[in-house]
Design a protein around this ligand. Structure first.
Ligand code: FAD
Length: 346
């Protein structure tokens, strides 16, 4: 509604008016939805099954994004709230949080889920302070207790990733969480799923929005590990940055991207945006090729959701070989060139 939050929506869980339903804030850029949105809708559906009669709602904000609303139904939303307006064409904190706050006040969802992406983290913080309610950020597990408590169980690594903390929001509503991309599975999209799109009347006064978008520069080389179908990852066993050039060739031949273990990143052989694991990204590609990565648990948690794992390690005792569907014991500098040749020929 564009007005600043004044707390009149009473975020108290014991409020007379009921808070009900799970709201997923869908993220899109230029009309391209981010997969984390569909992953969260899938998890919202699984949680809603524990809360009889609980609707799953999606909020789609942007400009000319009706097709995204349609997809949200196919991915599990019962109701899609569509805010389509030129002022929402590019993400900006203020108009996006104005709209989300309005939806929270009018639809009173008991749970709000947002992807822990750059924009999602920004939006979630802005909303939580304005509602006001608590926010569990960067979750890797989400579940809900059945009635009567209906409490969201939001879990995330804590204390330098040494333990998993489950955080409950007992007093305030909605219960809010951001969740990492890649940790939940999206449902198989069903275009024939019934659902309703409700268009929101957006009246944003551009003169009230402090941030102006002056120029947009696209970074074409940004790696999207969480969306990759094929990842070729390298570790300390590469022995230096030159190894990643070889892995880049294999990734290109397979139509994939390059990932890395933490030591490879810490050695400066490759950028941090490539790191996979507990303190990196969680990925679930169709194919994960691990080269010179031993398979420490902190690495495995980030990639064990991959559909097929191929591991190349010269040490037959390396744990990664146990976790792999195809285990190749050998020198990666002999095996990888052979794979590149095969991939290019095929
Ligand atoms: P190594 O364990 O040294 O393994 C190298 C492997 O390469 C060995 O198995 C070796 O046999 C093999 N090798 C060597 N040369 C060749 C060759 N020529 N051909 C084939 N194989 C070869 N790690 C992560 O990856 N991601 C994280 O997010 C992460 N977070 C962490 C968080 C915390 C709190 C802590 C304590 C640790 C974290 N770690 C993380 C580090 C993790 O514990 C391991 O140290 C790390 O994953 C090991 O990386 P690596 O497999 O590349 O190296």
């Amino acid at each position: 509604d564009g007005r600043p939050a004044d707390g009149t929506a009473s975020s108290d869980a014991s409020g007379a008016e009921r808070w009900e339903g799970i709201l997923v804030v869908v993220e899109q850029h230029d009309g391209e939805p981010r997969p984390v949105s569909w992953q969260l809708l899938g998890q919202a559906r699984r949680m809603a099954a524990r809360l009889p009669g609980c609707p799953v709602m999606a909020l789609v904000m942007g400009h000319q994004v009706r097709h995204v609303a349609q997809q949200a139904i196919a991915y599990g939303a019962d109701v899609v709230l569509l805010a389509d307006h030129p002022a929402l064409g590019v993400y900006r904190t203020q108009p996006y949080s104005d709209v989300t706050l309005h939806v929270i006040r009018t639809h009173r969802p008991e749970i709000v889920l947002i992807g822990a992406t750059y924009t999602g983290r920004d939006l979630a913080g802005a909303i939580a302070t304005r509602v006001p309610t608590g926010l569990t950020a960067d979750c890797t597990m989400l579940d809900v207790e059945p009635p009567p408590s209906r409490l969201l169980q939001a879990s995330r690594p804590a204390f330098s990733e040494k333990l998993m903390a489950t955080i409950l929001c007992k007093r305030h509503r909605p219960q809010m969480a951001t969740a990492r991309p890649g940790v939940f599975e999206a449902l198989e999209p069903d275009p024939s799923r019934p659902g309703e799109i409700r268009e929101l009347a957006v009246t944003l006064d551009e003169s009230r929005v402090a941030a102006r978008v002056v120029r947009i520069e696209r970074q074409t080389r940004t790696v999207r590990l969480d969306e990759a179908r094929v990842i070729v990852a390298g570790g300390r066993g590469l022995g230096g940055p030159h190894g990643f050039r070889l892995l880049g060739e294999l990734a290109e031949a397979l139509g994939g991207v390059v990932g890395a273990s933490r030591p490879a990143v810490e050695a400066g052989w490759i950028g941090h945006e490539h790191q996979i694991g507990q303190t990196g990204q969680t990925v679930r590609p169709k194919l994960y090729v691990a080269c010179g990565i031993s398979g420490a648990v902190q690495h495995l948690v980030g990639m064990s959701g991959s559909e097929v794992i191929v591991a190349i390690d010269k040490d037959p005792q390396a744990p990664i070989l146990q976790a792999a569907d195809v285990a190749i014991v050998g020198d990666l500098y002999e095996v990888v060139p052979a794979l590149i040749q095969e991939a290019r020929a095929g």
